[in-house]
Design a protein around this ligand. Structure first.
Ligand SMILES: [Zn+2]
Length: 398
């Protein structure tokens, strides 16, 4: 005979073995819904500029759309304004503005669902109105074209962070890619005099200095220059995966000491040191088919879509487990505590993600896993968004 008492004892035992209490298991959705969820990096603006509308259902085409932001409990999304190094002088600033225009247009078309937020008060007002607070982050210092006036202008249009570099260095800051590959385009690594002026101006404006993509020397020069806590909007941990875009333990400790926040990237290649090899093996197994499509003049993106769909189960097995992504959060917390880590998905800027994270609708699984690992509800709320809100407030304080 199975009594109610023995069922609950079994549930409690199973939950104990899984590492979380029954109430936590039931409450993760509630906690996620109530928490302010902030993601500091999403690249969907590029798709908007290509003509997609995030008010439409874009499942299967993108990681993000307005319905799925709601489903994923996202309260604040920082949209990345990105261009590569080919957008040099005379091009980068204009292209950044076109992307900002495209976000303004989306917001204007969907006033019941989202609002542009430039201040902590505007963010909290949007949260209260249950609208998505859309913020702007510039990804690549080359878009200011060595001109502090352009920096001010981007700030005035709503940009609240800027990565000093993307993969390409600027004339005033070297990138992680260039520093790690030894291809230093400037006379020296790190920030030069103008680079320090940029950092100081960002501090004055209350624009967060974002150290994702920065080279190590640039990182240390910024730490020595900035008067405000820094943001790392989408990077992972080098001790777990020695990728050039990830942070060393010394860098993580320095961000902790500076009062900054590291937002963990969901990119499979940043999360998992074994991912590249598994993905290469997958491609090798289907190389003949890929080559024959190329001979038929198929574009690489179309080949990628076809192969991904045709061999979905096999492809899925190459993705890292969700637990490995959570290990990056744990590592940062173990080094510097729970006040210095957050979410920086990089959705729509990455081609492969950990299992169970197929798009912005899936953020609640992070909350579930954090609780399963024994984080308190207060700590989970910090990771989901409160750490970023504190960082934002500290940066706008004069
Ligand atoms: Zn990036």
């Amino acid at each position: 005979m199975i009594t109610g008492k023995s069922i609950s004892a079994c549930v409690a035992l199973a939950a104990f073995l899984l590492g979380y209490s029954p109430s936590q298991a039931q409450d993760y959705k509630k906690l996620h819904e109530q928490a302010v969820v902030v993601d500091t990096h999403n690249d969907v603006l590029i798709n908007i500029l290509k003509g997609l509308d995030i008010a439409d259902n874009l499942k299967g085409k993108t990681h993000s759309d307005l319905t799925r932001f709601k489903e994923g409990g996202v309260d604040v999304q920082i949209f990345s304004v990105w261009s590569d190094g080919s957008y040099g002088k005379g091009k980068g600033f204009a292209y950044a503005n076109r992307q900002i225009d495209s976000l303004y247009a989306v917001v204007a078309r969907n006033p019941d669902k989202m609002v542009l937020a430039k201040t902590p008060a505007e963010v909290m007002q949007a949260v209260q109105q249950q609208k998505l607070a859309a913020m702007i982050g510039v990804e690549g210092g080359h878009m200011i074209e060595d001109n502090l006036g352009y920096l001010d202008s981007l700030y005035n249009r709503g940009a609240r962070y800027m990565t000093l570099t993307w993969n390409n260095s600027t004339s005033w800051a070297t990138s992680a890619l260039d520093e790690s590959s030894g291809k230093i385009p400037n006379s020296a690594k790190g920030l030069n005099g103008f680079g320090r002026q940029v950092v100081r101006r960002m501090n004055e404006l209350g624009m967060l200095v974002d150290l994702s993509h920065a080279g190590e020397q640039t990182f240390w020069d910024v730490i020595a220059t900035t008067s405000k806590p820094v943001l790392v909007s989408h990077s992972c941990v080098k001790a777990i995966n020695p990728h050039f875009r990830n942070l060393t333990d010394e860098q993580i400790r320095a961000v902790g000491k500076n009062g900054g926040v590291i937002h963990v990237n969901f990119d499979a290649g940043f999360v998992d040191p074994g991912f590249g090899k598994r993905r290469q093996q997958f491609i090798s197994r289907h190389q003949a088919e890929i080559d024959s499509l190329r001979q038929l003049d198929w574009a690489d993106a179309a080949i990628n879509t076809l192969v991904t769909k045709k061999y979905a189960t096999e492809m899925d097995k190459t993705r890292p487990p969700l637990s490995l992504l959570l290990d990056h959060f744990d590592h940062i917390v173990q080094l510097v505590g729970v006040d210095h880590v957050g979410l920086g998905s990089d959705f729509d800027g990455i081609s492969a993600t950990p299992q169970q994270l197929d798009g912005v609708q899936d953020f609640p699984v992070i909350t579930k896993e954090l609780l399963a690992r024994g984080y308190s509800e207060a700590d989970v709320r910090k990771i989901l968004g409160e750490n970023f809100l504190r960082l934002f407030r500290e940066n706008v304080k004069s």
